[in-house]
Design a protein around this ligand. Structure first.
Ligand code: SME
Length: 321
């Protein structure tokens, strides 16, 4: 009998040749689900896509499943939030596991990264305990790299000083579907807030935005971003000072560069001088601890370097072009 390694090696080749040249993510997700499901006899095999700030059921094989899963919820939401493959040997031992089917006993969820952001997860359930291990994780992580671009939502990373206020502001803009705060374009791995606070890591406090481009354009988001920063102030926004509070626009798709340069040039004209806003490809991004996520929603009277009027502006803002 073939080992699991040998099975995966064969299935990988079959999937790669089947989907070569295919650009429609839904049909590719459908066939990857079918291939894995049939080859291994799993109980449930399929995808959830990150859209509208949650996980939405995508193509799958197996019994009917729940259609919406929140960020950080269940095994799928955990894999999304923690950006890592989650292997669950016994679903009853996983706090918060979402039981779409009472027959499921063990599970693996693999995040799908595209341009540095999690855009979907691959979820596989088994009716046996302890079905999945490192071998599954490694091969499934390799298989999801074969996927073409998923969905139409886009990502941009904006550093605007202290990320508590910046997240609250940017999240209010219509068309922004998801935000998370973290650290971008620094020089160490897995930085903690404390390390970034030393100002020695090169990281900038940054808000990762996911947005629906049919509701809001990147141009409009950038114009709103400029309303919330002093672009002439180097490494200082409000009372917060240090390279970690620098302003920056970090893009994960190089085709965004043209509009970024245009908006920056238009803003520079207003000020009549070159701006201090860094524009760079996103080199890395690490989400900050839960404590910092949606900080001002959790602590309404917490520190904020932005004036309240800006939040009112963001609430009413509408991209009408
Ligand atoms: N068990 C998953 C929910 C999806 S179903 O398994 C198809 C979870 O806890 O996220």
């Amino acid at each position: 009998m073939a080992t699991k390694e040998e099975q995966y090696s064969l299935v990988y080749k079959q999937i790669a040749s089947l989907i070569a040249g295919e650009n429609d993510a839904v049909s590719v997700m459908a066939n990857i689900s079918a291939m894995l499901h049939d080859s291994f006899g799993f109980w449930w095999t399929g995808f959830y896509r990150v859209e509208g700030g949650e996980l939405i059921l995508g193509p799958f094989q197996g019994p009917v499943a729940c259609m919406h899963i929140g960020y950080g919820k269940g095994v799928c939401g955990t894999a999304w939030k923690e950006r890592r493959t989650v292997v669950v040997p016994d679903v009853e031992q996983f706090p918060g596991h979402i039981a779409c089917s009472s027959e499921s006993r063990s599970e693996i969820v693999v995040p799908v990264y595209q341009k540095g952001a999690v855009v979907a997860v691959l979820d596989i359930d088994s009716r046996e305990l302890e079905t999945f291990d490192e071998v599954d994780a490694q091969w499934l992580e390799k298989i999801v790299l074969l996927l073409p671009p998923i969905g139409s939502e886009r990502d941009i990373y904006l550093a605007a000083g202290c990320f508590w206020g910046a997240e609250k502001y940017l999240k209010l803009i219509e068309g922004v579907t998801f935000t998370e705060v973290g650290f971008a374009n620094g020089n160490t791995e897995n930085p903690t807030y404390k390390e970034v606070y030393t100002d020695q890591t090169g990281y900038a406090e940054t808000v990762h935005l996911r947005y629906n481009p049919s509701i809001v354009s990147l141009r409009f988001l950038l114009e709103m971003y400029f309303k919330a920063i002093d672009p002439t102030s180097l490494n200082k926004q409000g009372e917060d000072e240090g390279t970690r509070y620098r302003t920056g626009i970090y893009y994960s798709d190089s085709t965004d560069r043209t509009v970024i340069d245009e908006v920056v040039a238009e803003e520079a004209k207003k000020y009549g001088s070159p701006l201090c806003v860094e524009v760079e490809p996103l080199r890395n991004f690490y989400p900050a601890d839960e404590y910092h996520q949606d900080y001002l929603d959790k602590n309404p009277s917490g520190y904020c370097h932005l004036p309240v009027a800006l939040f009112e502006l963001a609430k009413k803002a509408k991209d009408t072009k």
